[in-house]
Design a protein around this ligand. Sequence first.
Ligand code: ADP
Length: 169
Amino acid sequence: MIKILKADITTLQVDAIVNAANNSLLGGGGVDGAIHRAAGPQLRQYNQTLGGCPTGEARISPGFELPARYVISTVGPVWHGGNQGEAGLLENAYRNSFRIAQDNGIETIAFPAISTGVYAYPKEQAARIALGAMKDFENKFEQIIVACHSEGDVEIYRKISKEFERAKG
Ligand code: ADP
């Protein structure tokens, strides 16, 4: 089941929350900053042992002080106009997050809208990639949550979700 919610991802009681991290995995702004604040300084200390993460890949850490058991950090692409492989990299970020989740027995997982903040990926295009990957992994998980930061983001995901339903016929 895929659930689209307006939520602060740091409050969700799921097996794993996904972080839209940067290549250092040591914290930043936006959702990354919120997750590091809520997890506590141990997340940064732990991530220092991981040696960073290339764009499109994912790494897993304990959730420390979060309600979630794990943090899966993935690095989405910075939007440079769409001709620099952004779509493939964003898709990899979602798929590799799902793969590492499967390898760790995770059944409930929540995602933010990766790359659509500071990294400036157009929101509708990003939602199409996100939901496409989520549909492919839907039956492998008990629950997949899209944690939207705003009501506007909820509407974008609902709209794209309806497009998928219609395309299915
Ligand atoms: P990126 O660098 O990948 O663009 P950002 O953190 O700037 O990452 O933005 C990614 C998305 O996360 C944006 O849609 C932003 O509104 C959203 N976001 C920011 N804080 C939170 C939060 N606490 N919970 C869920 N989503 C959040």
